[in-house]
Design a protein around this ligand. Structure first.
Ligand SMILES: *Cc1c(COP(=O)(O)O)cnc(C)c1O
Length: 398
């Protein structure tokens, strides 16, 4: 519950103050409750706490004060009533699905979502007779036409990875609600610092906290945010099934949230500068960044995001050979598929993050062999550009 003096607080204040314990001679940085269980004064108190009559912690699979700080803070930042933390982004999606879906239900999901999300829907949920239809993120008609009488959940990720396509959250939410289904948005790429899907009509926000919420590539975690009613059901699942967040990781994430707005602004500024620079480079065929006026989703992105995030992708002139020569030529950027780190990372989606897709699926998703993705970190932008020049200089003449 938000404290009185935080009730009308701005985003940046909530990011720093929400969830913090207050009291005299209290640690100014919330402590890490590194404990699996909690003790009681009496049998009566233990019974009342276990039954839920009295508020309190019993066992860290159920709840932990350090994890609660992160949950409260993230929920406030997403304009949600409550949040539930999980051990990873993937366990957040699994938790959501197993909380609201049952065998025989149907899900509509945008194509081009995170690879493991596709596998979860295609390979795991199908074992429970939960069916999924994949639709083009921007094609509202496809969303509408995918609806069946048993559709219970819409799921999308916007902007998409790595092409930075944008889905219209307001419109997709309207179609979902018309079908009595919930809309969940994976808000990993924007974070609440740039986009708040619940304010646009979504019912649930899902996070891989592993990425920008931490921001320094240190720990794994996830979260769901939504109404108190839905989060009570989500919490009941986590309590029994155990995809709970570790207190240490929660402490790291709460610290990350304190600076999230500054980092997202800085990631976005650098990514825009890099995208504009790439657009004017003769060695580049196309640039995908929704912050560019030339991007087909620029206006939509500007209507639901306050900036455009840190991920830029582009095609070099040529093919896989030229893309790999670029990647092998850079020195500063880390060659890894992770993103959301202060360290800039570079990868070749067609042979890494999207390597398991068939040629047809890749073509459908716009993942060509010439495509390179850069998750722009917080180094000096001049050094990031210089590193790209090193990459371009390494491309041998054809
Ligand atoms: C990384 C990622 C996930 C999965 O999160 P984990 O914390 O790795 O389990 C889900 N969605 C997106 C968009 C991601 O980038």
């Amino acid at each position: 519950m938000t404290k009185d003096w935080l009730r009308d607080a701005g985003f940046e204040t909530l990011a720093i103050r929400e969830g913090l314990s207050t009291g005299s001679e209290q640690e100014h940085s919330d402590p890490i409750y590194a404990t699996s269980s909690f003790v009681f004064d009496s049998a009566e108190q233990a019974a009342a706490t276990f039954s839920g009559e009295r508020e309190g912690n019993t066992y860290s699979r159920f709840s932990n004060p350090t994890v609660s700080v992160f949950e409260k803070r993230l929920a406030a930042m997403e304009s949600g009533e409550e949040g539930v933390a999980t051990s990873s982004g993937m366990s957040a999606i699994l938790t959501l699905c197993l909380t609201i879906l049952r065998s025989g239900d149907h899900v509509v999901c945008s194509k081009n979502v995170f690879g493991s999300t596709v596998s979860l829907f295609n390979n795991i949920l199908t074992k429970l007779d939960i069916e999924v239809s994949f639709v083009a993120l921007r094609d509202l008609r496809e969303w509408r036409e995918a609806v069946r009488p048993n559709t219970k959940l819409f799921f999308c990720e916007t902007p998409s990875n790595p092409l930075c396509e944008v889905g219209d959250i307001r419109q997709i939410a309207a179609i979902a609600h018309n079908a009595d289904a919930l809309l969940a948005v994976d808000n990993c790429f924007c974070t609440p610092a740039l986009q708040r899907p619940l304010e646009l009509g979504a019912d649930v926000v899902m996070h891989s906290a592993t990425k920008y919420l931490d921001g320094q590539g240190r720990v794994l975690g996830g979260a769901l945010v939504g109404t108190a009613d839905l989060m009570t059901q989500v919490r009941a699942f986590v309590r029994v099934c155990g995809p709970s967040m570790s207190p240490f990781n929660a402490w790291v994430f709460s610290k990350g949230l304190e600076t999230l707005h500054l980092r997202m602004q800085a990631h976005s500024e650098r990514a825009l500068a890099l995208a504009q620079w790439l657009e004017n480079n003769a060695a580049v065929k196309t640039v995908n960044y929704c912050g560019l006026v030339s991007h087909p989703d620029h206006l939509l992105a500007a209507s639901q995001q306050s900036a455009f995030g840190g991920v830029v992708s582009f095609e070099v002139n040529g093919d896989r050979k030229q893309a790999w020569e670029f990647i092998n030529g850079v020195r500063l950027m880390s060659l890894t598929a992770n993103l959301g780190d202060v360290k800039t990372t570079v990868c070749h989606p067609a042979s890494t993050t999207h390597g398991r897709l068939s040629d047809e699926q890749k073509r459908d998703a716009g993942i060509t062999d010439a495509l390179i993705r850069i998750a722009v970190g917080l180094e000096d932008i001049a050094d990031i550009k210089r590193d790209c020049e090193r990459g371009f200089d390494s491309i041998k003449p054809r």
